[in-house]
Write a protein that binds this ligand. Structure first.
Ligand SMILES: [Zn+2]
Length: 371
């Protein structure tokens, strides 16, 4: 079968690899119909994931049709369309029973790595490095899905792939960030960073009846999408004037809540030089959430600003399984249609083109690959 394999910085190749097999009774094999390039895939592409091994099959976000199940799978059946969460969770450990799915203690075969580098082991993740279990990802014709009854969300009816694919990662990621800041009716909400997660965070924030939503980004095209498709009330271009413009819109106080959805590689030069801006965008006593994985810019100065102003900071990888079904209901009811974030749709064989487009970001927000 074909798969998109990582070989190094800006080097991904479409290769012939062995088809996956059922290895454990609770496995399923899924024939992929759609897979998206996520920001974490792009981190690997940019050479910023140090534990990648050559030949790793990429792809966090994917969905498809079940073609085979192991003898321990009872709920999921061959022939079903399913969305697969990017986090591999067992459903039985202490964390899974608390619905803290992305802290699952059972699915990373090499927990010592995370314990050494991060202070605690992350779960297994599709299409990532050895630090996350080295599971083959969704940029392929077929994927082995462990704990299939726990992870796979069956899609009934005729909802198209493009509406439900992002239940795999980006939409729950956005929704959990919004939930974490506990928006109250009338609140001034800032979404900082208008990549895919930021765009969907604007959509999700609207469900909580805010007063208004301000989108901030360095790229004019992304701000246009935030205004015209996600539904932001105001947009601000990142510059040295950003905070001043924000204060004008918020009675001089700053935002009640700030969702920082800018990934560590999305920032403009302004952003990188003044990395504590999102925390300064909060009013005194406000709440900030860091929606994306990031490295290096939550430094002591940020913590000092947060403490001095009583800003609460929330973090954490998304507990995807917790949110998939309620968000599917929102999609089915027409409250949210995430498909507007897709700017490019390519065949799997053109994956290297897709990675290059997304890396350069010129008019590219989300790339979907179809095997
Ligand atoms: Zn678990």
């Amino acid at each position: 079968m074909r798969a998109v394999c990582w070989y190094g910085k800006k080097d991904v190749r479409v290769e012939e690899v062995s088809e996956p097999n059922i290895m454990n009774p609770r496995d399923a094999i899924v024939a992929v119909t759609s897979t998206a390039i996520s920001h974490a895939d792009l981190e690997a592409y940019g050479g910023r994931n140090g534990a990648m091994r050559k030949g790793q099959v990429l792809g966090h976000e994917f969905m498809g049709e079940v073609v085979e199940v192991g003898p321990g799978v009872s709920r999921i059946k061959p022939g079903q369309r399913v969305v697969v969460p990017f986090v591999v969770s067992c459903g039985r450990c202490w964390y899974c029973k608390r619905q803290e799915w992305s802290h699952c203690d059972n699915t990373n075969p090499d927990p010592w790595m995370g314990e050494k580098v991060l202070g605690g082991s992350p779960p297994g993740v599709f299409g990532s490095s050895s630090l996350f279990g080295g599971y083959a990802g969704g940029h392929a014709d077929y994927v082995r899905v462990p704990f299939a009854d726990i992870g796979c969300l069956e899609i009934d009816g005729d909802l198209p792939d493009q509406k439900v694919l992002f239940l795999s990662k980006t939409l729950p990621e956005a929704y959990m960030a919004v939930e974490q800041v506990e928006i109250e009716p009338g609140d001034a909400v800032v979404v900082w960073g208008c990549g895919p997660a930021g765009q969907l965070a604007i959509k999700c924030a609207r469900l909580f009846d805010p007063g208004f939503i301000i989108a901030i980004d360095g790229a004019a095209a992304r701000l246009l999408m935030a205004k015209n498709h996600a539904g932001a009330d105001y947009v601000i271009q990142e510059s040295s004037e950003t905070l001043g413009q924000l204060r004008e819109l918020t009675g001089g106080r700053g935002a009640d809540v700030v969702i920082d959805a800018s990934s560590s590689m999305n920032g403009s030069s302004v952003r990188r030089d003044q990395s504590n801006l999102p925390v300064l965008a909060c009013r005194k006593g406000g709440t900030l959430t860091l929606a994306m994985e990031r490295v290096g810019d939550l430094d002591g100065a940020v913590l000092h600003v947060a403490m001095a102003n009583g800003v609460s900071i929330k973090t954490g990888p998304p507990h995807v399984h917790r949110y998939m079904r309620p968000l599917l209901d929102h999609i089915a009811q027409g409250d949210i249609d995430p498909s507007f974030i897709v700017t490019h749709r390519l065949v799997l064989a053109d994956a290297p083109v897709g990675y290059d487009l997304l890396d350069r970001k010129e008019g590219c927000v989300k790339v979907v690959l179809e095997p």
